[in-house]
Design a protein around this ligand. Structure first.
Ligand code: NOJ
Length: 559
């Protein structure tokens, strides 16, 4: 049996930023419904929505206070049902986001747990007493800064949180927790969702809390070895997915496995041990680190992609995972800056570099995950100081950089290029006030631009939008879904690969530089064998072709 998702192109919608329908500056479900025809026109098969459940929004919905109810900022349960109906009517599948590693501290389970050690929900979470002679049970740091331990407000125990302190981690060793989480998954599957994106699942198991990092007293550090990719994660995932797939065989499970390397990803997606159908790793994009300041965290210092390392990395993922599984193919998501600003040439070759990057990535073996707005060339949102500093991690970087002698302007520039908030700006629908996203100031801020808005892009046949349509139509051909992938080395200015099956071959050649280069392909290039190109090319029936800056050509070859 062929799974629907094997051939799918997924479009990620950040619900808060897509379309506001009730004039509160926040995107909502009715807004998404209004825009389904646009999304369909692009040629995608599924939408993935970031969390829409009741949440205090400490982490933009990744802090869930009730898994069975839609947050009123997004609408109602009836709106969610209507979205499912309207999407399905158009042949679009719907993937929801499931935060299973932690809840909000406002979740009734945690509120009960806070009532004391004897409460039946106490064991839903992870508790420790302070270690001898030191304040915190361990010296492990959380991903959002500070310790993983927070003292309960009215007692003396500490609870564990890998992210914000308002997001306590669930205790997956407790079978009741696993059962409760499974019930949530079924609740929405029963309503007709087609897939789950599993947030942070690689953290479900924690090592025992007696272990300390080897650090100076009083210091804390990230301790991935104690809370990421531990062996029982496989067990928990297998139990969850197998049970879910037994009831809903067509449900698609995509796991967010941020730090998973290739061998871990192979384990999580092993078809013989049902866990995830595919995973999203954050390992695709090695950066050139030589110019980074060692005094400051690397992740907020912009750096160019290390193309040599990227080529090696991709070859590994394509050949080792793409063989019998389906890697995810993506350049950006809500946790990172936008692709054209980060990897392309936003200033001089915005359209060409956007089209080239998309072709490079999505015609490979695997499932494309597009971030809303990339199909119209949306760049990073220009954030003001207030916005950049309000988020805790960005704020800490800001303070440290100023202390290390960076100017305010230079620091804000770095943050604007690297912050995840830069990808969460409102969708640019048109050139009117607030880009047609809302009639009032959007919660996130918005870029208002000519050309790079949906209305202008749809109206222009040469636009990025229309190029994406052609690209995705090509992606839906068997060759680009099932065909073998082989890297073709044309030197450092190019990224190139061949897709081949019993019926034919195609060669994808991308000029990854900002100047033009001539390439010898080994066979005569005619207009007829050009499947796709992002620029007007001078084809002379010769074996060589000149590709302009960020030029891309996809050539059909026989046999
Ligand atoms: C991964 C999500 O993508 C990110 O946005 C969130 O902050 C963390 N998980 C915590 O849920």
């Amino acid at each position: 049996m062929r799974n629907w998702w094997e051939n799918a192109v997924v479009y990620q919608i950040y619900p808060k930023s897509f379309q506001d329908s009730n004039e509160d500056g926040i995107g909502d479900l009715q807004g998404i419904i209004q825009r389904l025809d646009y999304v369909k026109k692009l040629g995608i098969d599924a939408i993935w929505l970031n969390p829409i459940f009741i949440s205090p929004q400490i982490d933009d919905g990744y802090d869930v206070a009730n898994y069975d109810q839609i947050d009123p900022i997004f609408g109602t349960e009836a709106d969610a049902e209507a979205l499912l109906v309207e999407a399905h009517k158009r042949g679009i599948k719907v993937i929801f986001d499931f935060v299973m590693n932690h809840t909000s501290d406002q979740h009734p389970w945690f509120q009960e747990a806070l009532k004391g050690p004897d409460n039946p929900y106490r064991d839903y979470y992870l508790w420790q007493k302070a270690a001898d002679k030191q304040e915190l049970p361990t010296n492990w740091a959380s991903f959002f800064g500070g310790s993983v331990w927070e003292k309960e407000p009215n007692g003396s125990d500490y609870y564990f949180h890998l992210f914000a302190k308002e997001m306590p981690d669930l205790n997956w060793e407790n079978p009741e927790v696993r059962q409760a989480i499974f019930a949530v998954a079924c609740y929405w599957a029963e309503k007709g969702i087609d897939g789950w994106r599993l947030d942070a699942f690689i953290h479900l198991e924690k090592a025992d809390f007696q272990q300390q990092l080897d650090l100076e007293p009083g210091k804390i550090g990230l301790a991935e070895e104690y809370y990421a990719n531990l062996p029982k994660v496989h067990e928990y995932m297998h139990e969850f997915s197998q049970k879910l797939k037994a009831k809903y065989p067509e449900i698609f499970i995509v796991g967010e496995a941020a730090s998973a390397d290739l061998s871990l990803a192979q384990g999580y997606t092993d078809p013989a041990h049902v866990e995830c159908d595919t995973v999203i790793t954050f390992r695709y994009f090695p950066e050139t680190t030589s110019q980074k300041d060692p005094r400051l965290p690397a992740n907020f210092q912009p750096a160019p992609l290390d193309w040599t390392a990227f080529k090696e990395e991709m070859q590994q993922w394509q050949t080792k995972l793409g063989h019998e599984r389906y890697p995810t193919l993506y350049w950006n998501n809500h946790d990172m800056a936008r692709m054209v600003s980060r990897f392309g040439d936003e200033e001089h070759h915005r359209a060409a570099s956007q089209k080239m990057l998309a072709t490079l990535m999505y015609l490979q073996k695997g499932i494309p995950f597009l971030l809303f707005g990339e199909e119209i060339g949306m760049k990073n949102l220009l954030l003001d100081e207030q916005k950049l500093v309000y988020d805790s991690q960005e704020g800490a970087f800001y303070q440290n950089a100023l202390m290390d002698g960076y100017s305010k302007e230079a620091t804000l520039k770095m943050l604007n290029q690297t912050s995840k908030l830069a990808s969460r700006g409102a969708m640019q629908w048109n050139e009117q006030a607030y880009s047609g996203f809302s009639t009032v100031q959007p919660w996130s801020g918005v870029n208002v631009e000519p050309i790079y808005n949906a209305a202008a892009q749809v109206a222009d046949r040469e636009s990025i939008f229309h190029y994406y349509k052609k690209l995705l139509a090509l992606k839906h051909q068997r060759l680009f879904q099932k065909g073998k992938w082989t890297y073709v080395d044309f030197g450092k200015s190019f990224y190139s690969y061949r897709r081949s099956d019993s019926e034919g071959q195609a060669l994808v050649i991308c000029n990854i530089t900002n100047s033009s280069h001539t390439i010898e392909v080994g066979f005569a290039i005619t207009q007829k064998n050009v499947l796709l190109a992002n620029e007007e090319l001078n084809i002379k029936n010769a074996k060589t072709i000149e590709l302009p800056a960020y030029g891309v050509i996809v050539l059909k070859q026989r046999g």
